[in-house]
Design a protein around this ligand. Structure first.
Ligand code: FAD
Length: 619
């Protein structure tokens, strides 16, 4: 008899681990099948978690009860709060990871998760059965012949589908360095009727720590008081590691220009689109020809690791040219390259084929998350993974999908962007993608999402208690500020002044002294809430205005063709995307405000324009 699971997750990368953990935590009998259990949550590229836009996603995953924030707090080797001197809307935590320990920690957390089975193997085929209007997932088959029955599969296979690595003229099949490509599964997705596209990404060389002349380089240190990612981590006491900064120079650029003919990106060998925001060094030298140098950050891959990641010189130039490039850089004159940089082309699934729940529109029970959806980055993958895990369980139980709104989470922004404006190059999160970034701050991710995680059943009692304590302390601090006066002025009003900090006020007023005992993150949150109250309120009014459009739900299967007066372009776009709300309609490129108005009238006539249940509120 074939073993059977409620849900099977394919791939133990950053999307897969969150999906499997969430599904099992919600009570589904879940299996995670991955090629190599040792490579769970492996960092294919940069040994770091977080950063601008990405740090917010990690906090959101954490607030919902996910793994990433907790794992990086346990093994991070250098923590920094980025944009500390700028507004709170754009601040974000980032940490260098001990990448080996990160994998081990995530695996440990998965092994401790009840209801989750970890299996090593390569999935070749997803089987479906006919059922009603759409085929439904029935099971999956591994390359060693094992078959598992299941009603739901979440595919999170990263860069592995038909992966082809490039290093100069040499091309090697593989999912990432040292690991095989996933060819059978790619073929199977095509056979199931999915259209696939090619994307590309790349990684820089790693050099031997012993061979770097650090004395010549500027140090980049972590924060004196590391700020944790997880709302559950009290403090991080571990000693912090140092990173170093160096630069490319004219000699580097000359080597690159002289060898562009053998760069796969320029020789025509690589045809797929890469991430514009994260260009290779050969791309930078060509596109920004007037720049005399580019930063290179030297980042250790772990405390005991001999490998240093050369952040900033991602490349697929041939090995001998990489040697010349690296050796032209100050501090790296005698560096020994342990792994050459390379680029990888892989299959992805254009996201007009999935809905906002991350389920494939044409196959019941098949969910996709992570790099397969055209995104790039560990955090983006984790954010989709947790949503796919939740929605796979909710579907099995006949419940509404969890669809986070754009004003609720960066994860909501990302998924809405993916399904409304399917990207044609790897998508990564930036704060500028969010129109409500004053609301979607990293300090308040718990206030935005922990409640929801608790209702869903993902947030454990401990996290819930910590959250309630935070809320109590925040309310207490806000009340004190509305009562205490300093020189006749209300403390709350004083705090609104740009030059005043909460720490100053606590020192100046005996009535506020008790606040010094509260958690530093609570105080930070209160200070931001008071200082930016006006902006946040204004944004809330804006959100409410747009909410009326978001709440006008479009029933699944709505016949856009039958709407009189809709322009042909709009009709085609709407049929391709299948939007779930009038708000989403308004964001589809090629659909104009007049089309929205025509559709609204038609929906009213059809009686389907009432404010439907907001999925996330009804979770
Ligand atoms: C060369 C390279 C460069 C990159 N550069 C960047 C960058 O510059 N910036 C950035 O943000 N991100 C970069 N990334 C991307 C980053 O690694 C991914 O975005 C992130 O890891 C995606 O997470 P994921 O969970 O979707 O997939 P992954 O982390 O890739 O995990 C996929 C998992 O699926 C498993 N798997 C695959 N096929 C099967 C199968 N058939 N059966 C069972 N298991 C299977 C694999 O073993 C692996 O464990 C790069 C990746 C690579 C490989």
């Amino acid at each position: 008899m074939a073993a059977s699971f409620d849900i099977v997750v394919i791939g133990g990368g950053h999307a897969g681990v969150e999906a499997a953990h969430a599904a099992a935590r919600l009570g589904a009998d879940t299996a995670l099948v991955t090629m190599n259990l040792e490579a769970i949550a492996r960092m294919s590229c940069n040994p770091a978690i977080g950063g601008l836009g990405k740090g917010q996603i990690v906090r959101e995953v954490d607030a919902l009860g996910g793994l990433m924030g907790w794992a990086i707090d346990a093994v991070g080797i250098q923590f920094r709060l980025l944009n500390r001197s700028k507004g709170p809307a754009v601040r974000a935590p980032r940490a260098q990871a001990d990448s080996g320990r990160y994998s081990a920690e995530v695996r440990r957390l998965l092994e401790e998760t009840p209801g989750l089975t970890l299996l090593e193997g390569t999935v070749e085929e997803i089987e479906t059965r006919a059922s009603g209007r759409l085929p439904e997932v029935a099971g999956l088959r591994l390359d060693d012949g094992r078959f598992f029955k299941t009603r739901s599969v979440i595919v999170t296979v990263g860069t592995f589908l038909h992966g082809l690595m490039h290093c100069g003229p040499k091309q090697t099949e593989g999912g990432r360095i040292g690991e095989p490509a996933s060819v059978g599964l790619s073929r199977c997705l095509s056979d199931l009727g999915l259209c696939l596209a090619r994307l590309k990404t790349g990684t820089p060389p790693r050099v031997d720590r012993e061979s770097v002349r650090f004395g010549a380089l500027a140090e980049q240190r972590g924060d004196e008081e590391p700020v944790p990612f997880s709302f559950l981590t009290d403090r991080i006491d571990r000693p912090q590691t140092c990173c170093w900064i160096t630069h490319t120079n004219q000699a580097t650029h000359e080597v690159i220009r002289a060898n562009l003919h053998c760069a796969p990106l320029y020789s025509g060998q690589i045809r797929a689109r890469g991430p514009r925001y994260c260009p290779s060094i050969e791309d930078k030298v060509v596109r920004f020809a007037d720049k005399a140098h580019h930063h290179v950050f030297l980042e250790p891959e772990g405390v005991d690791s001999e490998r240093i990641y050369c952040n900033g010189i991602s490349t697929s130039l041939p090995p001998d040219v990489q040697e010349a490039v690296v050796h032209s850089i100050a501090g790296l004159e005698h560096a020994r390259i342990l792994q050459y940089g390379y680029a990888i082309e892989y299959d992805s699934v254009p996201t007009d084929q999935i809905g906002a729940s991350l389920e494939v529109k044409a196959i019941g029970g098949l969910f996709l998350a992570g790099q397969i959806n055209g995104t790039s980055g560990y955090e983006e993958a984790a954010g989709q993974g947790i949503i796919a895990g939740i929605n796979a369980v909710r579907r099995l139980r006949g419940q509404d999908s969890l669809i986070l709104r754009r004003d609720q989470a960066y994860i909501g922004v990302m998924i809405d962007d993916l399904v409304t404006r399917p990207p044609d190059e790897p998508y990564r999160m930036f704060t500028s993608r969010a129109e409500y970034r004053m609301t979607l701050r990293c300090d308040n991710a718990d206030k935005r999402l922990t409640h929801l995680g608790r209702e869903l059943g993902l947030v454990c009692d401990h996290r819930w208690e910590v959250f309630q304590r935070t809320c109590r302390q925040s309310a207490e601090a806000e009340q004190s500020l509305t009562r205490a006066r300093i020189d006749g002025v209300l403390a709350r009003d004083l705090l609104r002044r740009p030059e005043t900090t909460l720490a100053d006020l606590i020192k100046r007023s005996p009535a506020l002294e008790a606040l010094a005992n509260l958690d530093a993150r609570v105080l930070d949150g209160v200070e931001i809430a008071v200082k930016y109250d006006g902006y946040v309120r204004r944004q809330q009014r804006q959100i409410e205005r747009y909410r009326s459009l978001e709440d006008r739900r479009i029933p699944p299967g709505f016949e856009f063709d039958s709407v009189p007066g809709l322009r042909r372009e709009a009709r085609e776009k709407l049929a391709a995307i299948g939007p779930g709300s009038l708000g989403q309609v308004a964001r589809i490129p090629g659909v104009n405000p007049a089309d929205v108005a025509v559709l609204w009238v038609a929906m009213q006539r059809a009686g389907g324009a009432g404010p439907g249940p907001n999925s996330s509120d009804s979770a």
